[in-house]
Design a protein around this ligand. Structure first.
Ligand code: ATP
Length: 243
């Protein structure tokens, strides 16, 4: 059976990839081999519009990380299409896909994934340099936008978990990426810090027109999201509007 598409009101037509943000159409992906093959994505279609903050929830093993992987060009579905800002990712060879990812897609991981030896400011400078950004790049304004300018000279070991996540979010936005993929950002944080970090993600999405897709088990933060979809057994099964 074909799964429903979860379009965003006012954007695109069902079945037509939108030209901005993220569009996944009928993605199927199997993992493993022989008798242990698993359908990680089973005909998944999903849109995330610019400025929209979308959460994906669901039980362990339901395919959430697989969905983020194909959205971020880290994995290629066996069939179906993934379009980011109008670019069909399957049309890019490996090298161009990596370059596209670096410039257009930001990633935020559970632990912040910062480089231990670099200060907060240098984490951002490194990404700017790798992406061929402007030589005049100043990381302080971006750190300021996540409330971390005063910690610009500190290394990850000198920061709290929530502060590391904030730096990780700023780093993901260095290239002006309009698609942000976020995997369990609150897993290592207490309740207050969790809410602060997810509120920050919501604000960054809305103020900068970033399409943000966040995988989370943390139902306490879903109120900050514009939309919540649930995955079960590789399929999207619900699209609950958030009050
Ligand atoms: N490299 C792999 N080889 C084989 N099967 C895999 C591989 N990675 C994931 N799977 C399987 O694919 C399915 C989807 O996994 P996925 O990691 O996407 O789920 P998830 O919802 O992110 O889980 P969790 O919440 O535990 O992180 C699961 O059945 C998992 O066991």
């Amino acid at each position: 059976m074909t799964n429903p598409t979860f379009p965003v009101a006012g954007t695109g037509l069902a079945g037509t990839p939108q030209s901005t943000g993220l569009s996944i159409r009928h993605a199927v992906m199997e993992l493993g081999d022989g008798g242990t093959r698993v359908t990680a994505l089973d005909d998944v279609s999903l849109d995330a519009a610019p400025g929209e903050f979308l959460a994906i929830v669901g039980p362990s093993g339901s395919g959430k990380s697989s969905l983020l992987a194909v959205a971020g060009a880290l994995a290629t579905p066996d069939s179906g299409t993934v379009t980011v800002h109008g670019q069909d990712l399957s049309q890019l060879n490996q090298g161009r896909r990596a370059a596209f990812r670096l410039s257009n897609i930001g990633f935020v991981f559970q632990s912040g994934n910062l480089i231990p030896a670099l200060t907060a400011a240098d984490q951002l400078r490194l990404v700017n340099r790798l992406a061929g950004g402007p030589k005049t790049f100043d990381p302080i304004a971006l750190l300021e936008s996540v409330g971390m300018a005063h910690r610009a000279g500190n290394r990850p070991g000198q920061l709290s978990g929530g502060e590391r996540q904030r730096v990780g979010i700023a780093r993901a936005l260095v290239t002006g990426a309009k698609l942000l993929l976020v995997d369990e950002p609150t897993a290592a944080l207490d309740r207050t810090r969790s809410r602060e970090v997810v509120e920050l993600l919501a604000r960054q999405s809305h103020e900068h027109g970033v399409a943000t897709v966040m995988v989370t088990h943390d139902h306490d933060v879903l109120g900050y999201c514009d939309r919540v979809v649930e995955m079960v057994d590789g399929r999207l099964v619900a699209a609950a509007p958030v009050a």
